[in-house]
Design a protein around this ligand. Structure first.
Ligand code: UDX
Length: 470
């Protein structure tokens, strides 16, 4: 009896030690950059039990985070952030150097925005590296999360050593993210795959161990060299963009032939080799990533003497597609001068307040060129669009936005815009034109003959004295 009790105690103490020991030995993680990638990465790594310090040069952003205010619109992020801060597993600081000094693993998640020539701006990355370099006195893993041109990780290796950082003081990893704005927390915690690029087996394993709780038989981890990881990121995003431009081209064909683009897209997606995602036609793609990444890959390839004509065509198609909503409106209303036109949806997609490269920017630009008077409404993106177009009228609700207007262009598929199907009950509807650029309106539900609906990818037909989509 005594022997078995001792054995039980021995086993229990080993288990306890492992747990306590592992918790104590958890690496300290610094995340440099608290944009949607950095903040979601830091918060989710803390949620997975790590000790995380998120740092940013933007004092205002850090002050807000230290007051529990999340400036970006990311469903689920605030809850996870509050929970991790409460457990003292997540901190925010303006002092990136101090964060890096304390860390065993440093994620760099700073922006690499597109420059006017289409190449990636590396200034923020280099600035972050300059801040981190002096802290590399004992070995740390430096993990690049930012989307960077092919060859950057190896370049960073040379750069740090040229600054006098000892080779043994760091190991580089490239760990691209595949987070969509508006679903970034979901995408982080339920990834399709983890990609890790490194020349150091140990460093790769250290980063892989952070994702261990997320790895299942359906979520593989691919460990490759850094350039391969960099290419996977650009190639994945660019392919998604190509897929969108392709379905938009087919939609433009259906507009002439009368074929049903929705049925075409659906049936194409039933082919497992094609898949149903990113086959939704509309006014083109926007956002902070697709335009940037496609242009960066194009210029990256050019530097290596390789042309990517498919990608060039994808961007050209997208540029034309973004003009179509206003072109469609002009079909019905050739003279927009002094006409009141309402733009519904300003964010580059529903579920976010981000207006970067939003297709609504092209729409507003073109309407202003036509001399239209613009009313604009978005459930969450008004404030951000006001930075770009301060002089148009911003409405605080759908009702006001559609009241006393000559035409409506729906640019973002926010669910609340489906209310337009009942618009006749809501306003003294004179002949009202709706250009539904994101195909959210079910025309069969429209009751009044006084509404004309133009849709992307739909052929117009004269029907009982009104022209509307079929
Ligand atoms: C994208 C990638 O999806 C993500 O993996 C990467 O990490 C960052 O870039 P994001 O830009 O946030 O994410 O949004 P996404 O949902 O991909 O949409 C991008 C654009 O494509 C939006 O303008 C959206 O409206 C458009 N889109 C998307 C379509 O026009 N059709 C579709 O079927 C899907």
């Amino acid at each position: 009896m005594i022997k078995s009790t001792n054995a039980a105690y021995a086993i229990l103490s080993v288990i306890l030690f492992c747990n306590v020991g592992c918790t104590i030995n958890k690496p300290v993680i610094a995340v440099i950059g608290t944009g949607y990638v950095g903040l979601v990465t830091g918060t989710c790594l803390a949620h997975l039990g790590n000790n995380v310090i998120c740092a940013d040069i933007d004092q205002e952003k850090i002050n807000a985070l230290n007051n529990g205010v999340v400036l970006m619109y990311e469903p689920g992020l605030k809850e996870l952030l509050d929970e991790s801060v409460l457990k003292n597993q997540l901190q925010f600081t303006h002092d990136s150097a101090n964060a890096a000094q304390q860390a065993d693993i440093i994620f760099i998640a700073v922006d690499t925005p597109m420059q006017s020539d289409g190449t990636a701006n590396m200034a923020y990355l280099e600035s972050a590296l300059q801040t981190i370099a002096p802290t590399l006195t004992k070995h740390k893993v430096l993990c690049i999360k930012s989307t960077v041109p092919i060859g950057t990780t190896d370049y960073v290796q040379q750069l740090l050593m040229s600054w006098g950082v000892e080779k043994h003081a760091f190991s580089l990893v490239m760990n691209p993210e595949f987070l969509r704005e508006g679903s970034a927390v979901q995408d982080f915690l339920h990834p399709d795959r983890i990609v890790i690029g490194s020349r150091s087996y140990q460093a790769a394993q250290q980063i892989k161990s952070l994702y261990e709780p997320l790895l299942t038989s359906n979520t593989p981890c691919t460990i490759v060299d850094p350039a391969t990881a960099e290419t996977i990121k650009y190639a994945s995003n660019s392919f998604l963009a190509v897929k969108i431009s392709f379905i938009n081209e087919i939609a433009n064909l259906c507009e002439q032939t009368g074929a049903d683009i929705c049925a075409v897209s659906h049936a194409m997606g039933l082919d497992k080799r094609i898949g149903p995602y990113f086959l939704k036609h509309g006014a083109g793609f926007g956002g902070s990533c697709f335009p940037k990444d496609c242009n960066a890959l194009l210029h990256n390839a050019k530097k290596w003497g390789v042309s990517l004509p498919t990608l060039s065509a994808c961007l050209l198609t997208n540029e034309e597609q973004r003009k179509k909503p206003v072109k469609k409106l002009l079909d019905f209303m050739p003279n927009l001068h002094n006409k009141s036109v309402t733009v519904l949806g300003l964010a580059f997609k529903a579920g976010t307040n981000d207006v970067r490269n939003s297709c609504a920017i092209t729409t507003i630009d073109l309407l202003l060129q036509q001399g239209a008077h613009i009313k604009a409404y978005d459930p969450v993106a008004n404030t951000n669009m006001k930075q770009l177009f301060p002089r148009i009228d911003y409405c605080n609700c759908l009702e006001d936005a559609i009241d006393q207007t000559d035409a409506i262009i729906i640019m973002t598929d926010w669910p609340e815009f489906k209310q337009l199907e009942n618009i006749s009950k809501k306003s003294s509807a004179h002949d009202l034109i709706i250009i539904d650029a994101c195909n959210i309106i079910d025309c069969s539900k429209l009751e009044t003959k006084k509404i004309i609906v133009g849709k992307m990818g739909k052929k117009y037909e004269a029907m009982d004295n009104r022209r509307m989509c079929n």
